[in-house]
Design a protein around this ligand. Structure first.
Ligand SMILES: *Cc1c(COP(=O)(O)O)cnc(C)c1O
Ligand code: SF4
Length: 465
């Protein structure tokens, strides 16, 4: 739904429908349709809607608003009250307008609206599984990897993602680091020459005071051993109108600057979000995406394909796909790690590399990000490795010796069957499943040449094809 178009003055079309059932005394159930816009911001103009300050000021965040959104019964209200005391909520009118309220499983809704499952945190999850607090040489500066640090400059976000890894800092209310805190971070980076990259994170740095951010980026940029700055922000997704010309101009003055955002579902790629990314890219700041793999939201190959293809189309580079961290209050979003590996398996080779993120698990205990991918290396000796491609083709690959001293000796494989064992026989180099589109194409061209060239040991079903 294109909110900016919908909200042209005088246009009656609703940004998003809410459904409400009511039951009269005589038992007749009626369905009442309403829009979230009419219910909460009936007097807003399109000018206001497109102003990020209005969006921030009109975020829904009260128990009362939640109760109205979800038609809560009194007993439910008290459960949600308890939940909000631990994990508050707040969402921009813009992001809320993307929700299809008739669908309880709506992927946008699940990211924005609290769910009582978050309260099952007695059972699983850690407050700070990544032990970020343990790796802070100065407050809110995480130094984990050798040459880069991560600065948490605020605990404020435009929208609080229910799956957030840093849910622990929501407790501190909404505040940003003071100039003095930022100075301490700058001083640490200045006195630590091996730091070449600073990641500015939060919370959401683009919700914080622009003069402070400008100053912080400027001070870091002046340090000779700092090569690159990076901002992590979800503003293009949840508050795209914040990407104003003034803001992009300020950011552009701090290049080389990279910006990572977090689109998790193709429906978040609205014309507004696309325009926000476009502005940043045109200012010479590459935009990359870090998705979180979330159960019931994007844990399918099809959705992930649509998401990453759409991102590539708007020139936002898929960078990471995160396994959802074992954070307290987030367990219901977590998938098996095999799901992430399956997604990569179905991407690699089938679609362009520029639309494939790296699947990573952030190691509990502060181990940092660990990339996971399907097994392409099947086995290895000093001289040879067995590799497989995305289709299942298995290839014996000659592995050059490090010092060039030893010549590969002939092997005495005794594989009698096809498949992997055949590759250990001297005369076989390759095993290829035949029923792939690629081979159908090749077969048309020159089947025999292909077989001769590769000295093929075909799978038994080869003849049938
Ligand atoms: C993710 C992260 C970084 C950046 O890691 P990249 O792999 O360079 O994206 C740096 N520091 C911390 C603490 C992080 O969690
Ligand atoms: S924008 Fe980032 S820091 Fe803020 S709630 Fe979402 S995931 Fe957490």
């Amino acid at each position: 739904m294109e909110t900016s178009q919908i909200l042209k003055e005088g246009d009656e079309e609703p940004p998003s429908q809410l459904l409400e059932w009511s039951c009269s005394d005589n038992g007749v159930v009626t369905l009442k349709k309403e829009t979230i816009f009419n219910r909460f911001w009936p007097d807003a103009t399109s000018k206001q809607w497109n102003d990020w300050r209005w969006q921030m000021a009109n975020r829904l965040r009260s128990l009362q608003a939640l109760s109205s959104l979800l038609n809560l019964k009194p007993y439910q209200v008290s459960a949600f009250k308890k939940l909000l005391e631990v994990f508050h909520y707040s969402a921009t009118p813009y992001y809320l307008s993307l929700i299809d309220w008739s669908d309880p499983e709506d992927p946008i809704r699940k990211q924005a609206i609290p769910d009582l499952q978050e309260a099952s945190f007695e059972v699983v999850g850690d407050i700070d599984p990544l032990e970020e607090e343990e790796d802070m040489p100065v407050p809110n500066l995480v130094h984990r990897y050798p040459n880069r640090v991560l600065a948490i400059v605020t605990n404020t976000c435009a929208m609080y993602c229910r799956h957030c890894t840093r849910k622990r800092i929501w407790h501190e209310g909404e505040s940003a680091s003071s100039r003095k805190d930022l100075e301490a971070m700058v001083a640490y980076v200045r006195s630590t020459p091996k730091v070449r990259e600073v990641v500015i994170s939060g919370g959401d740095p683009l919700t914080s005071n622009m003069d402070n951010l400008d100053w912080f980026l400027g001070e870091l940029g002046k340090i000779s051993h700092v090569d690159v700055l990076r901002i992590g922000t979800r503003v293009p997704v949840v508050l795209p109108m914040r990407i104003t010309d003034d803001l992009t101009k300020m950011l552009a003055s701090h290049r080389p600057l990279w910006l990572n955002t977090q689109f998790n579902h193709p429906r978040e790629i609205t014309p507004e979000a696309q325009e926000a990314c476009d502005k940043i890219i045109r200012a010479g700041i590459p935009v990359s995406n870090q998705s979180v793999l979330l159960k019931g939201i994007n844990d399918s190959v099809e959705i992930m394909k649509e998401l990453n293809h759409s991102l590539q189309k708007i020139m936002v580079r898929p960078y990471y796909l995160f396994q959802c961290d074992p954070v307290r209050g987030v367990e219901h979003f977590r998938t098996s790690i095999w799901k992430g590996i399956e997604i990569i398996e179905m991407f690699r080779g089938y679609t362009g590399g520029l639309s494939i993120p790296t699947f990573v698990v952030d190691a509990p205990g502060g181990g940092g990000k660990i990339p996971l991918q399907p097994f392409y290396l099947l086995s290895a000796t000093d001289k040879e490795v067995l590799l497989r491609n995305y289709e299942g083709m298995i290839v014996k690959y000659y592995n050059p010796q490090e010092n060039g001293a030893s010549k590969p000796k002939k092997t005495n494989g005794n594989g009698k069957s096809g498949g992997k064992a055949a590759l250990f026989k001297e005369n076989a180099k390759i095993v290829i499943p035949q029923n792939t589109p690629r081979f159908a194409r090749r077969r048309k061209k020159n089947l025999q040449r292909c077989l001769d060239t590769h000295n093929q040991q075909a799978f038994p079903f080869w003849k049938d094809n």
